[in-house]
Design a binder for this molecule. Structure first.
Ligand SMILES: [Zn+2]
Length: 495
């Protein structure tokens, strides 16, 4: 089978992971023969070659978890394989002689094992699973981008189980970071007024998910909206997680509550305390997202005394410095740094004004700019040039490209980031972590971040089900990509 046929076979059969890059064959090679399956069971030996002594144990433990009594044996040893390039590169071979995996780090071992896991199916012809089989294959693989994140929203309406499924699934599809935006659901002990009643994003749950992520190879990054979006609720709902229930905190916000009041020194104190608390609770990750999208102009009588750009710059720079003092790198959304009406950004997301646009010159250059471009009005576009990303890169910022549902744009965007030596890729999901859109967001962005020029090839359905098995789900609501097959209200008698 040639590579083209293999690609088609993968798409057709559901199977695996596979990243074939025509652009750089030295990084990614993939040969898989769907016609030739070999046993993958307790009689199989996986030979693992990895400089990290902990890798064999990690693989052994997880094989036992995933395959139970039919788990293959794992032994450390020479494979003669050359892993894909970089820290996360790996190579794998499956044939009649068994399985060989070579990787440069434990991260590479994880990705290799996820590739194989997605390909293994139950042995045919029995009542219950009595071992597995896997197609013969030979893979050399490495990611396109070192920073590959998924951005997840912990809405009050989202079950915590769904958040865990989303995190685990992101790891299985080889994202290495998940940015978690709490939407009023984070249980701050320091400032309990900052969340809705009965938040499900408890500190214990965060700690548990951070540990789950760490084991699976995905680092959780906390987010706080430190400028606009201060309500911790979607603007179209006019809800406010704080002021609707605890009006005494009004001085911390601009009239209306969408922005924090930036001239109030208490705002900076509160935000720093929240940042410190979350950063600690998240296990001191290397990044912290400060939000900062879709803000409006400051309006309170104290804030208007200072030129807006100066006030905003002081506020964000102060928080960025604080994040750095905790040993993390600050990230912000880009849109306030581009002025509305500037012809250069026609067709691109830009929500600032002439004043806030000066932040592109005044903010510290080590703040990571997350440039969210959603191809509004043309979800089919697949442009090759990204002027806003280029702009921030030329200003000296590390810049991450952030798509959403503009699936066709994802691969060209990731390619562009690679081309200009940009920082990384963040797939945003917002309130669409459900249904076919969830599938398209995860699959297309994973494919883009890994650099495949053909279909990613993983079966989303199978991957999601594997995640459910790992979580030992038993609740109907935690299966599939919708909670319900039919809206429950349909069965209510409305007479
Ligand atoms: Zn103010």
């Amino acid at each position: 089978m040639n590579i083209k046929n293999v690609s088609l076979a993968i798409v057709a059969v559901c199977a695996a992971v596979l990243h074939v890059s025509a652009d750089d064959a030295s990084l990614q090679k993939f040969e898989l023969d769907q016609a030739k399956y070999v046993p993958f069971d307790a009689a199989t030996t996986v030979t693992l070659e990895c400089p990290d002594a902990a890798a064999a144990n990690w693989l052994r433990t997880h094989c036992a978890e995933w395959y139970g009594e039919q788990s293959p044996k794992v032994k450390a040893g020479a494979t003669g394989l050359q892993p894909g390039k970089g820290a996360e590169g790996y190579a794998a071979v499956v044939d009649e002689a068994g399985v060989k995996i070579a990787a440069n780090t434990l991260a590479g071992v994880r990705w290799a094992s996820y590739t194989l896991r997605q390909l293994a199916i139950a042995k045919r012809g029995t009542f219950k699973t009595e071992g597995r089989i896997m197609p013969k294959l030979r893979i050399t693989d490495a990611p396109h981008l070192a920073f590959r994140a998924i951005h997840l929203c912990w809405f009050p309406e989202v079950r915590p189980q769904q958040m865990e499924r989303a995190i685990r699934l992101a790891a299985l599809l080889k994202f290495n970071y998940a940015i978690i935006e709490p939407w009023g659901m984070y249980e701050s002990k320091k400032h309990p007024w900052w969340h809705w009643p009965n938040p499900t994003m408890t500190q214990a749950e965060v700690k548990r998910l951070v540990a789950v992520g760490k084991d699976l190879g995905i680092t959780l990054i906390p987010q706080i909206n430190c400028y606009g979006h201060a309500s911790s609720a979607r603007g179209c709902t006019i809800k406010h997680a704080m002021l609707d229930i605890a009006p005494e905190y009004e001085p911390l916000f601009e009239p209306g509550g969408w922005n924090w009041c930036l001239s109030n020194p208490e705002t900076q104190r509160v935000l720093r305390e929240l940042i410190a608390e979350m950063h600690e609770n998240f296990g001191k990750p290397p990044f912290f997202h400060l939000g900062c999208d879709e803000a409006v102009k400051q309006t309170c009588p104290e804030c208007v005394k200072t030129p807006n750009a100066e006030l905003v710059c002081r506020h964000i720079s102060g928080l960025a410095d604080f994040v750095k003092s905790l040993g993390a790198r600050p990230m912000i959304w880009h849109d306030m740094l581009l002025a509305r009406g500037d012809p250069r950004w026609k067709g691109f997301v830009h929500c600032g004004d002439k004043e806030t646009a000066t932040l592109a010159d005044t903010l510290p250059k080590d703040v990571i700019i997350c440039d969210w471009q959603y191809s509004y009005g043309d979800m089919k576009e697949a442009r090759k040039d990204w002027p806003t990303i280029k702009y921030f890169a030329e200003k000296g910022f590390p810049v991450a490209g952030c798509p959403w549902r503009n699936f066709n744009a994802m691969k060209p965007m990731a390619d562009y980031i690679v081309k200009i030596g940009g920082f990384g890729f963040v797939e945003t999901t917002w309130h669409h972590l459900r249904g076919r859109t969830w599938e398209q967001m995860y699959m297309s962005s994973s494919q883009a971040a890994w650099g495949s020029s053909v279909s990613h090839g993983v079966s989303f359905q199978r991957s999601l089900r594997l995640v459910g098995h790992d979580m030992k789900v038993t609740d109907y609501l935690d299966t599939g990509y919708y909670n319900y097959q039919v809206p429950p209200g349909w069965w209510v008698d409305n007479n």
